[in-house]
Design a binder for this molecule. Structure first.
Ligand code: Q46
Ligand code: ZN
Length: 313
C-alpha cells in the first residue's frame, strides 16, 4: 500500500474514502476533517467559545479533547465518576494519565461523594434502568459544570457509528420527536449551553487509529451497563452494509443532513420549556429530572453546594 499523499509506505487503509495513508498523513487528514466539520457547521468559535469535553476515559472523548487542543480551541475535560466497581476506577485513572501527559485540565464530579450512592444504587431508588438515570445525571452535571465555570459549549465524543445507529433506529421506529433534528449541534437556551458533536462525521475506527497514533491511553472496556443495549444491534446492521459497500455510513448521514427539511413538517411540537422550581435549570416539568432524583434519595438540600464537588484530577 502506497500513501496517497507522500507516496511512502501507507499504514492505514480507509475504504470509505478510497485512500491509503501513512501515519503522518492520516493524522493531518483526520484533523483537517474535524476542523472542516467544526467550521462548516459552526460548532465552536475559536477565541470566543470555551469548550468542556465530556470525557469518559474512552477513546472518543479523550481523542476529542486532544484534537480540540491541537486545533487551537480552548478546552478542558469534565469526567463523572459514577462509582461503578472496577470500571470507574480504571476510567478515572485513564483521564488522570491523559491530563498529566498532555497537560490538559480534566475536572471530576464524583456521584458517590455527592449522593453517597453509586449509579446502581441511585437507579434502585428510582426503580429505573441504570442507563436511563445515568443519562439524566450526566446531562445535568455536565451542563451545570459549564454554567458554574463559564464554559459556553459542551462537546461530546459521539462518532459517525453512534450517530448513524441513532438515526437508523429513529427511522425504523418513525420517532417523529427526533427526526428532523440536526445531530451535530443543539443551540443553547435557558441556562443550558450549546451542545456539539465534532466527531459525528468520522468513524469509530478512524478515531481509534487517531488515538493509537497519538499515544492516547484509554479504557478498552465498555461500561458494564452498556451490554445488550439496542443501539448495538443497529450498529451491527449498519456495519454489515458498510462492509459490502464502503462509505455508505457517511453517505447516510450526509444525505440526512441534505434532506433534513422533509421531516420538519412532520415533527411533533416540542413540550414547553420551564425553569425547575428547585434549581432553576431547564425542564419541561415543574421539577427537573435531576432534582427529582435528589428528592427520591432524600438529598434535595445539597443542590446549592454543587460547585464544590468538581475537583481537578
Ligand atoms: S455510562 Fe451510564 Fe453509559 Fe454506563 S450506566 Fe449506561 S449510560 S452504559 S454511555
Ligand atoms: Zn432542578
Amino acid at each position: 500500500m502506497i500513501c496517497r499523499i507522500c507516496k511512502g509506505k501507507a499504514s492505514v487503509e480507509l475504504r470509505a474514502h478510497n485512500i491509503s495513508l501513512c501515519s503522518k498523513d492520516f493524522i493531518i487528514f483526520f484533523e483537517r476533517r474535524i476542523l472542516k466539520t467544526i467550521e462548516k457547521f459552526n460548532l465552536i468559535k475559536k477565541n470566543e467559545d470555551k469548550t468542556a469535553v465530556a470525557v469518559s476515559g474512552g477513546k472518543d472523548s479523550l481523542s476529542l479533547l486532544y484534537v480540540l487542543k491541537i486545533l487551537g480551541y480552548e478546552a478542558s475535560g469534565v469526567y463523572i465518576n459514577l462509582g461503578i466497581p472496577d470500571y470507574s476506577e480504571i476510567s478515572k485513572e485513564k483521564c488522570k494519565i491523559f491530563s498529566e501527559r498532555f497537560d490538559i485540565p480534566v475536572y471530576m464530579f464524583s456521584l458517590t461523594d455527592y449522593l453517597r450512592k453509586n449509579i446502581y444504587e441511585v437507579s434502585r431508588f428510582m426503580k429505573r434502568p441504570a442507563c436511563s438515570v445515568c443519562g439524566n445525571v450526566k446531562r445535568y452535571v455536565m451542563n451545570r459544570f459549564c454554567i458554574e465555570y463559564g464554559y459556553t459549549t459542551l462537546a461530546t465524543g459521539h462518532n459517525l457509528d453512534d450517530e448513524a445507529a441513532t438515526l437508523f433506529s429513529n427511522l425504523m421506529n418513525f420517532n417523529r420527536n427526533h427526526l428532523g433534528k440536526e445531530f451535530l449541534s443543539l443551540p443553547s437556551k435557558l441556562n443550558t449551553v450549546k451542545k456539539v458533536k465534532p466527531f459525528a462525521l468520522v468513524s469509530e475506527r478512524e478515531v481509534a487509529i487517531y488515538a493509537l497514533l497519538n499515544n492516547i491511553d484509554y479504557i478498552y472496556d465498555e461500561c458494564p451497563y452498556s451490554k445488550g443495549a439496542t443501539s448495538l444491534k443497529y450498529k451491527e446492521a449498519i456495519n454489515f452494509i458498510e462492509e459490502g459497500s464502503p462509505g455508505s455510513k457517511l453517505k447516510f448521514m450526509k444525505n440526512y443532513l441534505k434532506n433534513i427539511d422533509i421531516f420538519n413538517s412532520d415533527a411533533k411540537k416540542p413540550k414547553e420549556d420551564n425553569s425547575c422550581s428547585l434549581c432553576g435549570f431547564l425542564t419541561t416539568q415543574n421539577v427537573c429530572s435531576f432534582c427529582n432524583i435528589l428528592i427520591r434519595v432524600g438529598a434535595e438540600n445539597i443542590i446549592s453546594d454543587f460547585r464544590d464537588y468538581f475537583v481537578k484530577l
